[in-house]
Design a protein around this ligand. Structure first.
Ligand code: SF4
Length: 327
């Protein structure tokens, strides 16, 4: 029996951060034995926001693959590849562009949110607007069944399903309607409380050393009503507490209690959190340093991934052309 296909993409716009790790990487690593995995680096997507300065995309891509393998992605269980190595994705994007109403893209909440948040970049481009169409092609080129996503990505996945449905309606049943695999801690805040993102300058990177993590955690917003050490805290409004909820869930009642009773000051509470985050990354950082010494072996893994996936993507395009009637 064919294995269920799980697919997820990573933007090589910089080193991975905690938002990526808890958003979906841990989820997909946990499930990598159960599925046929397609993990790929979305360098074309990176261009949608970095088109004015694409010089770092290749270096970032290598960093991202090293991060993934050091975190536990097993290339023997996973097709690990680069989006731009699969030209059939562009052809499928073209077909999908023909059948996707503009209104589906314009109403997408992440489109509006990013235009507002990334004001320093001119994102009024066709490529940025059509991001969900390219994403649909990424997913459907291998007819993936499930996609690990954070809650913010759900509208994109819904557009993928709508495109699949529309294609099937127009040309006959062909594509799956992929389902989400929601991560348990889907939204990791950045140090400023917004979604963690490199673009917002609020990320804690997986490669940050202890000192850097400590500095970043110190900057986090806490309970504004807690001015003196003996003032009782309100953890529900504290960014630091959100992280404890991710890292120390089993102990969260005690952490909440000591905050509400002012048994601990915010400085000590933050310092403890920084230690916990660093400890959780220490082994990964050691493995990463080893992998960095041999970039050729990483490129070889990507080459193998490309060869495996192109067998599937070529067949998809052949059958899609037949369905549309332009073969
Ligand atoms: S004690 Fe900790 S959880 Fe409570 S407000 Fe301060 S930093 Fe936040």
């Amino acid at each position: 029996m064919e294995k269920v296909k799980m697919l997820t993409g990573f933007r090589p716009t910089g080193k991975l951060h905690l938002g990526h790790l808890h958003g979906n990487i841990m989820n997909m690593i946990k499930h990598q034995h159960e599925y046929e995995n397609f993990f790929f680096l979305v360098d074309w997507h990176a261009l949608s926001t970095e088109y004015q300065n694409p010089v770092n995309i290749k270096k970032n891509l290598l960093d991202c693959v090293i991060d993934l393998i050091a975190l536990g992605v097993d290339p023997k269980l996973t097709h690990l590849y680069r989006q731009s190595d699969i030209p059939e994705i562009t052809e499928l994007t073209l077909y999908f562009s023909m059948i996707t109403p503009l209104s589906w893209l314009e109403r997408c909440p992440t489109y509006k949110e990013q235009i507002n948040q990334l004001k320093s970049k001119d994102l009024s481009t066709l490529g940025f607007l059509s991001y969900p169409v390219i994403m649909a092609a990424d997913i459907l080129i291998v007819n993936a069944n499930i996609v690990p996503v954070g809650e913010d990505q759900l509208p994109h996945l819904e557009i993928t399903r709508e495109i699949a449905r529309r294609f099937n309606y127009l040309y006959g049943q062909y594509f799956n309607e992929p389902q989400e695999l929601l991560s348990q801690s889907t939204r990791v805040p950045g140090t400023d409380g917004r979604k963690m993102s490199k673009s917002y300058g609020n990320a804690i990177y997986l490669t940050d050393d202890h000192e850097t993590i400590t500095k970043k955690v110190k900057m986090m917003i806490t309970d504004p009503q807690r001015i003196k050490l003996k003032d009782p805290g309100h953890p529900e409004v504290c960014n630091v507490f959100t992280f404890y909820n991710i890292y120390k869930k089993q102990d969260i009642k005690n952490i909440e209690h000591r905050c509400r009773n002012a048994d601990i000051g915010c400085t000590a509470c933050k310092s403890e959190l920084a230690d916990i985050i660093y400890e959780s990354l220490k082994d990964f950082q050691g493995r990463r340093q080893e992998l960095e010494k041999d970039p050729q072996s990483i490129y070889k893994i990507l080459e193998e991934g490309k060869n495996q996936v192109r067998k599937i993507s070529k067949l998809t395009i052949k059958q899609v052309r037949e369905k549309i009637g332009i073969d």
